[in-house]
Design a protein around this ligand. Structure first.
Ligand code: NAD
Length: 253
């Protein structure tokens, strides 16, 4: 019996990196998945899930659009009869633009995808989960939302916002049996960070990447998926309103 056996699950950003690893792990644990991404890469994720004997459907959608978020939740409820878990994981880095050159449009797009997207997932998943009196919401924040580092200003602000969204929503869900938590990845080797790894390879400095944390290496997507699985599963039944760094110890120092 899997840890998410028979549960109806949505994961956004499932076309790559952490979301893809989560799609593979969650379906191995028995989840019935709607895998969402804005790119067709999500079809490859679903092919991989099916090859491994899992249950998943792909949906191409924008996780920052209210219409699309409503459509993905509707699809999960129509296809699987309920919604047990949503992991709002899709995100964009926004790049490293000097503060004086950042535009309102740049900030708005990063906040739209990284913060308003998770808000919409919470808003539209809540009614179903509250009706069921059960459910688990997982959001992907970042260590960038906990302390200043090498990421861009709108990115860090969006992720700090996600942590705040988790805390305030836990209180909004009082008495409903629905839980909400966030994961805060450190430096993880994914599509998002590929330019960092590629640049280091060009310079022959790849061994220096990830040296700032006590484990002295970058993380891998499956190591985030494992934390997401715990938070989504009934094993985390008393874990609520928290943001968990999965960062090799980076923020412990
Ligand atoms: P990734 O680029 O490999 O995967 C992100 C996926 O999200 C991509 O498939 C992309 O197409 C999708 N996506 C982006 N915008 C979308 C939108 N509007 N609608 C639907 N899908 C969209 O990156 P990743 O590292 O796996 O990122 C997953 C999450 O982890 C993000 O929220 C990111 O901010 C967060 N994170 C990553 C790191 C890291 O070091 N990789 C660190 C901290 C936080």
């Amino acid at each position: 019996m899997g840890r998410l056996q028979g549960k109806s699950v949505i994961i956004t950003g499932a076309g790559s990196g952490i979301g893809r690893a989560a799609a593979l792990l969650f379906t191995r644990e028995g989840a019935k998945l709607i895998a969402v991404d804005r790119t067709e890469a999500v079809n490859e994720t679903v092919d991989e899930v099916k090859k491994a004997g899992g249950i998943a459907e792909a949906m191409i959608a924008d996780a920052g659009s209210e219409k699309d978020v409503m459509a993905m939740i509707d699809k999960a409820v129509k296809t699987h009869g309920r919604l047990d878990v949503i992991w709002a994981n899709a995100g964009i880095s926004g790049g490293l633009v000097p503060l004086g050159e950042q535009t309102v449009e740049h900030w708005q797009e990063v906040l739209r995808v990284n913060l308003i997207g998770p808000f919409l997932a919470v808003k539209h998943a809540m009614p179903h989960m509250v009706k069921q009196q059960s459910g688990a919401i997982v959001l992907t924040a970042s260590v960038a939302g906990l302390k200043a580092g090498a990421s861009g200003h709108p990115y860090a602000a969006s992720k700090a916002g996600v942590i705040s969204l988790v805390q305030t929503t836990a209180y909004s869900l009082t008495g409903t049996g629905v839980r909400i938590n966030a994961v805060c990845p450190g430096l993880i080797e994914t599509g998002m960070t590929k330019p960092i790894f590629d640049r280091a390879k060009e310079r022959g400095t790849q061994d220096k990447i990830g040296q700032l944390n006590p484990l002295k290496r970058p993380g891998q997507p499956h190591e985030l998926a494992a934390m997401g699985l715990f938070l989504a599963s009934d094993e985390a039944s008393y874990v609520n309103g928290q943001a968990f760094p999965v960062d090799g110890g980076l923020t412990a120092s």
